[in-house]
Design a protein around this ligand. Structure first.
Ligand code: HEC
Length: 213
């Protein structure tokens, strides 16, 4: 027996061990795939609804955890600049459901189910008539108390009459907000968005984040 022949049995053992190890790894990978296929992930569930779930009566509730969604901007209409009574006082904190945002970023289109929440927030007590006050950072407008929720949900079929979006008002007052809201009639919300919004009923021009790729 020469030296190479003597080494062969141990080489063969190594090869067998490697093959067994490989087979075991593949089996584990297949098992993992089977398990994950059958357990829908949280993100898959979100993708189906993109936030709000609307029942047959066109009624919905405020989506849980919306304040952890993507924060897209904060338009400001101070009471002090609107005769003491802004239509939507005062900061508007606007959030979009994250999977809808990801899809918009990819395609430039709001997918079905897109949910956008606008939470009204009142200013700290004013020092000046325009609603502003002095703070360490300068004279300006500073958010204080939560004061209402408006929401829009894209569903092209269900809300065909209001340009494909349902509009919901959970009250313009401090929390607790209304638990549920029914889609608002066109003249309450959608007509103004139809006339003035910049893209598919949304005022995208006030949210520079939509310009990011
Ligand atoms: C008179 C016009 C007008 C009416 C009526 C109106 N909106 Fe808007 N809405 C706006 C404007 C302008 C913005 C963006 C700037 C801002 O918030 O000030 C906006 C923003 C929003 C946003 C954030 C997404 C976006 O398009 O910017 C939501 C959500 C929203 N409105 C829901 C509602 C709901 C619900 C109602 C009815 C209760 C309603 N709106 C009525 C003008 C209107």
């Amino acid at each position: 027996m020469n030296r190479i022949e003597r080494l062969n049995p141990s080489e063969a053992k190594k090869k067998t061990a490697a093959l067994l190890f490989g087979a075991a790894a593949i089996a584990i990978a297949i098992a993992a795939l089977v398990v994950f296929e059958h357990v829908p992930s949280a993100s898959a569930q979100m993708a189906q609804t993109r936030g709000a779930i609307i029942n047959d009566a066109n009624e919905t509730s405020i989506p849980e955890g919306f304040r952890e969604w993507v924060f897209i901007g904060a338009p400001l209409t101070p009471n002090g600049l609107n005769g003491g009574e802004a239509g939507f006082p005062e900061f508007h904190h606007v959030y979009i459901e994250p999977t809808a945002y990801a899809e918009y970023k990819r395609t430039g289109v709001f997918p079905e189910g897109t949910t956008i929440v606008k939470e009204l927030v009142l200013l700290h007590e004013a020092h000046y008539e325009d609603g502003s006050r002095d703070e360490a950072s300068g004279r300006g407008f500073f958010a204080d108390r939560l004061a209402g929720i408006d929401m829009m949900v894209k569903d092209s079929k269900r809300f065909a009459d209001t340009n494909g979006w349902g509009f919901f008002n959970f009250g313009h007052h401090e929390p607790p907000y209304a638990k549920t809201a029914v889609a608002a009639p066109a003249d309450a919300c959608a007509s103004c968005h139809t006339a003035n919004a910049t893209k598919d009923m949304v005022f995208t021009k006030f949210y520079p984040i939509f310009g990011l790729k």
